[in-house]
Design a protein around this ligand. Sequence first.
Ligand code: ARG
Length: 420
Amino acid sequence: MTERIVLAYSGGLDTSVAIGWIAEATGAEVIAVAVDVGQGGEDLETVRQRALDCGAVEAYVADARDEFAEQYCMPTLKANGLYMDAYPLVSAISRPVIVRHLVAAARQFGASTVSHGCTGKGNDQVRFEVGIQTLGPDLKCIAPVRDLALTRDKAIEYAERNELPIVTTKKNPFSIDQNVWGRAVETGFLEDIWNGPTKDVYDYTDDPAFPPAPDVVTVTFEQGVPVALDGRSLSPLQIIEEMNRRAGAQGIGRIDIVEDRLVGIKSREIYEAPGAMALMTAHRELENVTLEREQARFKKTVDQRWTELVYDGQWFSPLKKNLDVFVDETQKYVSGDIRMELHGGRATVQGRRSDTGLYDFSLATYDEGDAFDQSSARGFIDIFGLSSKVATERDQRVEGGGSVDSLEDVAKLSNESTGA
Ligand code: ARG
């Protein structure tokens, strides 16, 4: 039986050429798999037909938008997933959902190998192949761009020679990956990290310098997941889409960073994630209201580790699954409403409301008749500071002298620092 290879297919030039390129290089039959994660553009049927026209023996397309929103974007929101405190994991979370469909298609069509269009320099090759190995340990992986010397110039030449039904003329200067959670743009003049992004880099967001009137939105959460906007119940996908529109119109969620890739390269990346960033602002504030202090402090560490695992292609790893359990458990009472003003590049929280919150007005108020017993504060502070105080006494006994500089020394130091 002829060997079969499943190819992650986008409908673009490189993966369209890859169909024939792989078939010629390996003698295998190629099955194209296209997954819709909200990247927009052509409809799935057009993409399916093009795969067949380019020589695929089968073409499988999946609308995974709800699956992606519910099972990948929502966990990222619950974990406040921001790599290097900035990047909301846009591409990193789309790879595992694509991997699930690739492995399912490999099983359905009896393929032994899975192929993707990544280069050898990025994170995405790692995410695809680690994911494929984990879900299908018997499957092999190949990457035509990396392993079969398929360059862009060769792709254009191949497409023209074979009269493939794809547009090869317009050369986009950027490498773009996008889905409903956001958009990633790299390469071209952005590789000079002194260059600022030009207007044509952006698509999901309008210029925050010229915003329309402020837009006030109330996001309702249940157990860490947004369930309604301004009182209208919506699915996670609908909420992300509407927030992309509304926050995007205000220029919210533009990110420009130099990022540490897993493969050791520092790279310059521009992201736009208006919905994701606005929802994360709301989610974090609702956690401030509903999580107990120590739980919140520890969750920050867990969130960061979760984010690094996901960035590093470990979505299906045991530790990532363990951390999911912790994060989910913390979200038990993360329910309520957050009111935000979206304006001029910022989502600003203005109001919070939760039946399961820990904010207690009678404890917090500085008005008359509060419930907090201030007389207990003294004893608490005495004991809280005791260990440091005992240590100071020891230092004085052993080293001699006072622990604090004399007034003269303090004056001298402050004069030095002001240059007086
Ligand atoms: N650097 C980002 C990441 O590793 C984005 C990658 C985007 N891929 C692309 N082909 N533009 O998650």
